[in-house]
Design a protein around this ligand. Structure first.
Ligand code: NIG
Ligand code: FE
Length: 397
């Protein structure tokens, strides 16, 4: 993907190749190993055995940290209730807020660590994690601390995003203004002081926040030095793509109901579209975004898991890429680009997601004959080795 501009086209795969790394960075790559004492004293050769070596996967949109699961809601949906109806009855996001508030910091870390390990073993090397299940100062900061624990002590590279504006929690239901004030004046400044918290997100949707409220939060986020991401157009066209373009967001995510006009605006403003195939698949309404139209408008697209206990409890990025291909009309090459280079771009990171000289040596080795095979054999895991920062952090038998 060295020369890829992130829009459409071939990945630039090199057959029978090597990748050399030193001090956590990619030194070189190509078909003929450089001559001489290339390895030095401590050098190590890893044979990929005819498999695939690709950039470590980047999951640019997750809600990894939470307590409790919601398989009861999955059952209710299977019997005909909608996601929005369940939310109105006090389930949905609010149900995870209750379990997350009830958990101690160390419980929250333990519950979430198993999932971080799971993502790593499936080839994810950089993961974005949002807050948004605390929704009061103390519990949002508890989530920030849990994310900080992974940032400091888990092999995954972590990027934290503040999502205090996920929904208005029930105790503020009659005073939205007061909750907005809390988000802007108390939570944001407290969160922005943590070095792993680099972004701010708002859920713009009928059951969450309006566009004018998102504008206010975006201004406060900017004032606190955070980049902006938005959850938009998930259940209907709330003109979220237009809003993200107006606000200069780094990414706009979901986009299941975005209009062509919104797509054009995003392309023009350079806002990266983050597709979340698992969420569209798992909520089961069959409303997938029209990727062909997005690409013809000139949009740059990433693909992420949106892992969360409600709308999509899977961290399998390769599976998400498969769904993007079969249900959204992406090409295999564009889907792979979406979980690597473009996902990194959606986080504002240019040092990963592609095999480039000087980029981070975050790599995965797949026991697969080519890069399309894991998408084709959907749902399975072909990761044999995960390298982060030039070190093997996971070797599977
Ligand atoms: O990205 N859209 C908003 N938030 C999540 C759902 C969170 C939940 O249901 O717990 C999402 O789909
Ligand atoms: Fe989400």
């Amino acid at each position: 993907m060295e020369k890829h501009d992130g829009r459409q086209g071939r990945l630039g795969v090199i057959e029978n190749a090597y990748v050399a790394a030193k001090d956590g960075r990619i030194l070189d790559f190509g078909q003929t190993l450089p001559a001489g004492d290339f390895l030095g004293e401590e050098g190590l050769i890893v044979d990929a055995n005819g498999g695939v070596v690709m950039p470590g996967l980047v999951d640019c949109h997750t809600h990894l940290v939470h307590a409790g699961f919601r398989q009861n809601e999955f059952k209710m949906r299977s019997e005909g209730m909608s996601y929005q109806e369940i939310a109105r009855l006090g389930g949905g996001i609010m149900s995870t807020v209750r379990s997350t508030r009830a958990a101690s910091l160390s419980e929250l870390i333990e519950f979430s660590r198993a999932r971080a390990d799971e993502a790593l073993s499936q080839g994810t090397t950089t993961m974005e994690i949002k807050t948004g299940y605390g929704l009061d100062l103390q519990n949002e900061l508890k989530m920030v601390d849990a994310i900080g624990e992974f940032y400091e002590n888990h092999p995954l590279e972590i990027v934290g995003t503040f999502l205090g504006a996920h929904i208005v929690p029930y105790e503020f239901i009659d005073d939205r203004m007061k909750y907005l004030h809390l988000v802007k004046e108390e939570m944001l400044p407290a969160v922005a002081g943590k070095k792993w918290m680099t972004g701010c997100d708002v859920f713009v949707e009928d059951l969450a926040f309006r566009a004018d409220e998102a504008r206010e939060i975006a201004a406060a986020a900017r004032a606190n030095g955070l980049s902006l991401h938005l959850h938009v157009d998930q259940f209907g066209d709330v003109r979220g793509a237009e809003l993200a373009s107006e606000l200069g967001a780094l990414s706009a995510d979901h986009l299941d109901h975005t209009s062509e006009r919104g797509m054009q605006k995003m392309a023009k403003a350079g806002v990266i579209g983050v597709l979340l195939p698992g969420a569209s698949f798992f909520t089961g309404k069959g409303s997938y975004p029209d990727v062909k139209k997005m690409l013809s408008c000139g949009m740059r697209l990433a693909v992420a898991s949106d892992y969360n206990p409600g709308t999509t409890p899977s961290l399998n990025l390769m599976l998400n890429a498969s769904i993007a291909v079969t249900q959204m009309g992406m090409t295999c090459d564009d889907a792979i680009l979406g979980i690597t280079k473009n996902a990194a771009a959606a986080l504002g990171l240019a040092d990963r997601g592609a095999i480039l000289k000087g980029a981070r040596a975050d790599l995965v080795v797949l026991d697969a004959p080519d890069e399309y095979y894991p998408l084709y054999r959907y749902g399975l895991n072909f990761v044999k080795r995960v390298v982060i920062d030039g070190r093997s952090v996971k070797v599977c038998k």
